[in-house]
Design a protein around this ligand. Structure first.
Ligand code: AMP
Ligand code: GLY
Length: 424
């Protein structure tokens, strides 16, 4: 099968690594990719957000499946354009991607479908926002309504900070004020063909920049999978997953289908286990980053077959994907000053030594090769590398990941030291 992956981050690198593990190997290319991806597959200098450019390329090059990594191409209508030309695509149309792009839309779908989520009020003015903040009380949760690249959400007990955040995002549209939900967070990915879903194994993401969940929200600083503590609460991972399929995923997918916007792609359920039950914090319309880096290395079922079945409406004919009993941990290496204003263009060294640690792979998030091929590796963004380690236990996977990170040098960079510590 000839597959084109769109995107340039560690998530896309992890997807490509999983595809290349298959026997027989599918033919994979990536647009635009990064230095790590370019070392493994052909990269194409295409604007992944341009529906016409992507579709023309896919037609001309007989691409059989396009896998859309990030949200931006979804919101730009790249999946719509590909489908209109008869190309199989893993990723929802623009209308269904609003599940991620518009928090108001997501809340409405959840209400209609009876999916449990936090109470929320949409505010279009500071006065409305203040009333809602006072109604829910501290800690305050303020969310930008549209896509905000991970910077739209503020959770704080400081009312003045909540109001500042509200004022900033009101200038870009409306905001959502939400009740605070307390509990363990879970990311559960489900493949959807618009009507049926198949679950992947759950993961936990670390959203805050610093150890002990201090510091600002980020795109994600690390993750681990599976979640051993689910067994105590639900009996087993499968029982937990069954409950989410019945109460969250299928009602949502059916509601979208009923409204004429079937969801084909990856339904990312961001969940929180509160004392009074499971609540949805958010949906995303794509694989999560960095959770993908710990879910896919454990996947035993060939990924291309799953993605193709979702893209072509035949998921119902497949059994549930299987996962290895091994565990996986990823730790993200971030640039100096990430997430505020990352300093980029710095040299990265030590990857060869890091890759010699058993069980370790490295998914590149924001890297380029300076100068000619074979030139130095440099950072190009906030999250630079996702160091992934698998092992028989979390203590093994953790020590492998941190041993590998210790080999990597990037001036000013930082990473969390407590990823998966709670399960090791
Ligand atoms: P989101 O972009 O909606 O995933 O929010 C980013 C992060 O903010 C989540 O992963 C949570 O850690 C936190 N968060 C979002 N909504 C809430 C809420 N209602 N209560 C508590 N924490 C929240
Ligand atoms: N790790 C959070 C996200 O992908 O949105």
């Amino acid at each position: 099968m000839k597959i084109l992956v769109l995107g340039s981050g560690a998530r896309e690198h992890a997807i490509i690594t999983a595809l290349l593990r298959e026997q027989p190997r599918p033919s994979v290319e990536c647009a635009p990719g990064n230095a790590g991806i370019a070392a493994e597959v052909a990269v194409v200098a295409l604007d992944a957000n341009d529906p016409v450019a992507v579709t023309d390329y896919a037609v001309l090059n007989s691409i059989e499946l396009v896998v859309i990594g990030p949200e931006a191409p979804l919101v730009a209508g790249v999946a719509d354009a590909l489908r209109a030309r008869g190309i199989a695509v893993f990723g929802p149309d623009r209308a269904a991607a609003a599940l991620e792009g518009s928090k108001t839309f997501a809340k409405r779908i959840m209400d209609e479908a009876g999916v449990p989520t936090g109470r929320a009020v949409r505010a279009a003015s500071l006065t409305e926002a203040e009333a809602a903040l006072d109604e829910f009380g501290a800690p305050y949760v303020v969310k930008a309504d549209g896509l905000a690249a991970g910077k739209g959400v503020l959770v704080t007990s400081d009312r003045a900070a909540a109001l500042d955040h509200t004022t900033f995002w009101l200038e870009h549209g409306s905001v959502l004020i939400e009740e605070f939900l307390d509990g363990q967070e879970i990311s559960l990915f489900l493949l959807s063909d618009g009507h049926t879903v198949l679950p992947l194994s759950p993961a936990q993401d670390y959203k805050r920049a610093l150890d002990d969940d201090a510091g600002p929200n980020t795109g994600g600083m690390g993750a681990y999978s599976p979640l051993p503590w689910l067994d105590a609460q639900f009996g087993s991972e499968n029982e937990f997953v069954d409950e989410i399929i019945e109460t969250v995923a299928l009602p949502t997918i059916r509601q979208l289908a009923t409204e004429g916007t079937p969801f084909v792609g990856l339904l990312y359920c961001g969940l929180i286990l509160t004392d009074v039950g499971i609540r949805v914090i958010e949906f995303n319309a794509r694989f999560g980053d960095p959770e993908t880096q710990v879910v896919l290395p454990r996947l035993l079922t060939p990924l291309s077959g799953l993605l193709f079945a979702a893209a072509t409406g035949t998921l119902g004919t497949l059994p549930r994907p299987e996962f290895s009993a091994d565990v996986a941990v990823t730790v993200v290496l971030a640039s100096e000053n990430y997430p505020q204003d990352p300093l980029v263009g710095r040299e990265i060294t030590g990857l060869d030594a890091a890759l010699r640690v058993p069980g370790v792979t490295i998914a590149h998030a924001a890297t380029a090769t300076a100068g000619d091929e074979g030139g130095t590796l440099v950072s190009t963004g906030g999250r630079v590398l996702s160091v992934v380690a698998v092992g028989a236990s979390f203590s093994e996977a953790r020590s492998r990941a941190y041993e590998a990170l210790g080999q990597v040098s990037l001036e000013g960079s930082h990473y969390r030291t407590d990823i998966a510590a709670r399960v090791a």
